[in-house]
Design a protein. Structure first.
Length: 279
């Protein structure tokens, strides 16, 4: 498998991923249409690196033949947390799962965030549920003595999910909401532009709607700050076989499930004009 970017420590468990029967410890609604699931998953918890994901079987029957991919929000001891947004059949079923349900997952999967050695100051940018793969990263960076600034964007104050995790590791949390119910009114890209002007960041880590990530990637390129993004694709197999999850990069097509989901933002072809011609 190929690396995602940089030369630092890679979030990658490689061939150590496996099928794991897990116990659901809690499954709470934490905001409108958003749940937080805590699973007893000792194998995955012991190996997962921030930014990696699990492929979860959320039910039995025809609708659930395909697993659903979810980032590990945080891992502590033998437990992992999943922050999820209810969108369709699978996530509706997830919201109904209780402690006696039979659940399994394949994990940990994919390449997580690259944490180069010698970084002093990192900027984490979240858009809505984009906070999901960044909780464990914030904790890891803080534990390594990296100064962390977080810029969070969400539709409303209630949807600033994962905020408690970020506020536990840094006082520098800047907020923007679409409706102005907290922080600056508007998209998170507004505060990020100012932070990039003011700060000297060694790395930007971003996850959220793709249009937001593309904008952040462009701002970082102009500011000459390296940036990593976590991309979502429809994933059938999750292990590199089906090619349902391809991402166009300057090095050709890559599979988000094994080459990502974290990519160097400068490597991604954000529109068709960036795709290199075939020879
Ligand atoms: C690596 C990875 C990590 C992810 N981590 C999280 C996470 O931590 N929390 C979270 O809430 N969601 C996460 N997602 C998205 C999540 O997998 C989908 O929202 C989920 O599979 C939808 O399942 P469903 O059956 O409810 O929806 P469906 O009924 O299948 O679809 C509902 C809607 O979701 C879209 N959708 C379905 N699957 C995906 C997908 N894989 N990626 C993007 N959109 C999709 C469909 O196009 C449709 O619009 C992640 C996706 C990937 C690829
Ligand atoms: S999901 Fe099958 S190759 Fe990525």
């Amino acid at each position: 498998m190929t690396g995602c970017c940089g030369t630092g420590e890679k979030g990658h468990a490689g061939d150590q991923s496996s099928l794991e029967r897990v116990d659901l410890l809690s499954n709470e609604r934490i905001a409108e249409g958003v749940g937080l699931m805590i699973l007893h998953a000792p194998h995955t918890a012991s190996l997962v690196e921030p930014g990696q994901f699990v492929h979860l079987r959320v039910g039995r029957g025809r609708d659930f033949i395909l697993r659903r991919p979810f980032s590990v929000h945080r891992a502590h001891g033998e437990q992992i947390e999943i922050l999820y947004q209810v969108l369709g059949t699978g996530t509706l079923a997830m919201a109904e799962l209780g402690c006696s349900d039979d659940i399994d997952l394949i994990g940990p999967l994919g390449h997580g965030w690259d944490v180069p050695e010698n970084i002093d100051h990192a900027l984490i940018v979240t858009g809505g549920l984009g906070a999901a793969p960044l909780g464990g990263l914030a904790e890891k960076l803080a534990a390594q003595g990296v100064a962390v600034t977080v810029a969070m964007g969400a539709p409303t104050q209630e949807r600033l999910v994962g905020r408690d995790v970020f506020e536990a590791v840094t006082r520098r949390v800047v907020i923007a909401t679409d409706d102005g119910s907290e922080g600056e009114k508007g998209f998170v890209t507004g505060p990020v532009a100012r932070l990039l002007d003011e700060g000297s960041y060694d790395m930007v880590y971003a996850c959220g709607p793709e249009v937001m990530q593309r904008e952040i990637a462009s701002m970082c390129a102009k500011a000459d700050v390296p940036c990593q993004v976590s991309l979502e694709r429809l994933m059938a197999c999750g292990i590199g076989v089906c090619l349902s999850c391809v991402v166009s990069t300057k090095d050709g097509l890559k599979r988000a499930c094994v080459d990502g989901p974290v990519f160097d933002a400068g490597e991604v072809c954000w529109d068709a004009s960036e795709i290199p011609p075939k020879h």
